[in-house]
Design a protein around this ligand. Structure first.
Ligand SMILES: *[C@@H]1O[C@H](CO)[C@@H](O)[C@H](O)[C@H]1NC(C)=O
Ligand SMILES: *[C@@H]1O[C@H](CO)[C@@H](O)[C@H](O)[C@H]1NC(C)=O
Ligand SMILES: *[C@@H]1O[C@H](CO)[C@@H](O)[C@H](O)[C@H]1NC(C)=O
Ligand SMILES: *[C@@H]1O[C@H](CO)[C@@H](O)[C@H](O)[C@H]1NC(C)=O
Ligand SMILES: *[C@@H]1O[C@H](CO)[C@@H](O)[C@H](O)[C@H]1NC(C)=O
Ligand SMILES: *[C@@H]1O[C@H](CO)[C@@H](O)[C@H](O)[C@H]1NC(C)=O
Length: 481
């Protein structure tokens, strides 16, 4: 039996993200159908962070079909070298996130060469070869494919982040993708990396001299290592616009206990250390650079079938909001398309850009329904410590929602989006919105996301293993303006 729920409440408004609190609660005795009450107090006095309005992003990787892990070859023809760009669902999915940032990159980006006119070199694809670094030969991006990709991204309205090869011309024991800190397979010193970034900035300034809008430089796209990042940021004060890092806190995809980790609040919390550490490095260095999560695959080595591409993974993704984690995924098996389920957050955000606040509530328990009351005043529960509020008495009667200060009309309503897995099965690749299956129809159209209207006096009912977005127009904070 699961014994914890994590209710994460995020007041986010573009561009501000305000105070977050969680209500964690130990269950004493409970069985299926257990109902308890929870209080969420929102402290709206300060914001805890901000996000760009084009914060939604995804990665298109280079892996060829021959990339296999633990006997599973999960990539198919989803690489940016071979993906079907005429797939209407894919195009519509990108448009639905508009503007979606698409990063073109991944492990093999440091083994990519680019076809150039008249240099006489053959432009051949990656070939599997276990004696080569990263298990593949060098691969080449044909100019014609680059043109097709450019046309496609323009049509889809995507913002492109292109991953450069940072190992080119270096021996492999020296540093591009995941080369910071200890790197994966290869590493580059912070010194060397900073010097390369400074050179790159000069190249960009020369090429784009006279252009109003110049490309931003995003680096290092590796795992966070405080010493390495501090050093690197210190040495790139003028040339770096974005500091990026990758998140794979669930460990290897082969792990059979991924779901337990996803449902464990402490495992979800562990990432927050990285965020605050990076935040303080940025603050202390005085750099203008901002932090991005460049890739958040969760479980490395291509994830795990029916976990990282199933409903349960949306819990991992969305709980990232708890720490302002930017949802970012590898397009695995047309992840964006076949299972837009997990990615419901971004389209919802588009819808939710109106007024007030949005709460995100995630129930990590499979047996308990939580009735949540929201308060913006700290005297409601009679407890001073409202960030960790123990609730031990299961009740079956509905509590009424407190009238929220500033709300004059009794019949104010909020909009709720309840996401659940089909048949309550966490492995399901079918998601329900307010009880109805979300389906992409045969013409590739993304379904409309229709909320339910709920009276403000009713509690928010968060059923087992569900994700709820409650858009509350009648709660307003100046910190969110
Ligand atoms: C709300 O947050 C502010 C700033 O963090 C803090 O000073 C204040 O004590 C908080 N209020 C309550 C009731 O927790
Ligand atoms: C595999 O890589 C090794 C080392 O670079 C090379 O000697 C060998 O010829 C390659 N094998 C094939 C089949 O290309
Ligand atoms: C619900 O509780 C029952 C009985 O304690 C337990 O066997 C079952 O695994 C629980 N279900 C979930 C989804 O946690
Ligand atoms: C919260 O409660 C404390 C003590 O009860 C009080 O001093 C404080 O002003 C309250 N803060 C807010 C934001 O209501
Ligand atoms: C609130 O309670 C938690 C757990 O009991 C504790 O760790 C935390 O320090 C408390 N916070 C405050 C502000 O008292
Ligand atoms: C309830 O709200 C609607 C608008 O949201 C308003 O038209 C209606 O008169 C209200 N009803 C009552 C009883 O206040």
């Amino acid at each position: 039996m699961g014994s914890q729920y994590l209710l994460t409440c995020v007041c986010f408004w573009l561009p501000l993200v305000s105070f977050t609190i969680s209500v964690a609660s130990q269950k004493s005795t409970a069985g299926p159908g257990n109902v308890i009450e929870g209080n969420v107090f929102i402290n709206g006095t300060t914001s805890i962070g901000r996000i760009d309005d084009d914060f939604v992003c995804a990665t298109l990787d280079w892996w060829p079909p021959e990339k296999c892990d633990y006997g599973t070859c999960s990539w198919g023809r989803d690489s940016l070298l071979n993906l079907d760009l005429n797939n209407l669902k894919f195009l519509n999915a990108i448009k639905a996130f508009s503007p979606l940032k698409i990063r073109l990159g991944g492990t093999l980006q440091d083994k990519v060469i680019y076809e150039r006119a008249g240099n006489g070199q053959p432009c051949s694809p990656f070939v599997k070869n276990n004696s080569e670094f990263l298990g593949f030969s060098q691969g080449c991006l044909p100019m014609s494919r680059w043109d097709e990709l450019s046309v496609f991204f323009k049509k889809a309205g995507a913002v492109v982040v292109f991953g450069l090869n940072e190992l080119s011309g270096k021996t492999t024991d020296s540093q591009g993708n995941e080369l910071s800190g200890n790197g994966i397979g290869a590493r580059v010193s912070a010194d060397q990396y900073a010097s390369d970034i400074n050179s790159l900035q000069n190249v960009v300034q020369n090429i784009y001299a006279g252009f109003k809008v110049k490309p931003q430089i995003v680096a290092p796209g590796g795992f966070f290592d405080a010493t390495w990042f501090t050093d690197f940021i210190k040495k790139t004060p003028k040339s770096l616009q974005v500091v990026s890092h990758h998140i794979y806190n669930l460990g290897p995809g082969v792990d059979d206990h991924l779901i337990e980790k996803i449902l464990d609040p402490s495992s979800l919390d562990s990432t927050s250390q990285t965020f605050s550490s990076l935040q303080s490095i940025l603050k202390n260095s005085g750099t203008q650079a901002v932090a991005w999560v460049g890739e958040a695959g969760g479980a490395y080595n291509s994830g795990h079938n029916l976990v990282t591409n199933a409903f349960v993974f949306s819990i991992w993704t969305n709980s990232g909001w708890h720490h302002l984690l930017i949802p970012k995924h590898t397009v695995d098996k047309h992840w964006l398309v076949e299972t837009m389920a997990y990615s419901t957050l971004p389209p919802l955000l588009q819808i939710l850009i109106t007024t007030g606040i949005t709460l995100l509530l995630i129930n990590l328990d499979g047996n308990t329904t939580v009735q949540v009351r929201v308060s913006t005043e700290n005297n409601s529960g009679g407890t001073k410590n409202s960030s960790m509020h123990e609730i031990q008495i299961p009740r079956t009667r509905f509590a009424t929602m407190h009238r929220v200060r500033g709300s004059k009309r009794v019949n104010d309503t909020r909009k709720e989006y309840h996401l659940t897995a089909k048949d309550g099965d966490l492995h399901s690749q079918t998601i329900l919105l307010n009880g109805k299956i979300l389906n992409i129809d045969s013409s590739g159209l993304i379904p409309p996301l229709i909320p339910i209207d709920v009276n403000q006096l009713d509690p928010i009912i968060v059923v087992p293993f569900s994700i709820v977005f409650a858009q509350i127009p009648y709660i307003k904070f100046s910190a969110c303006n």
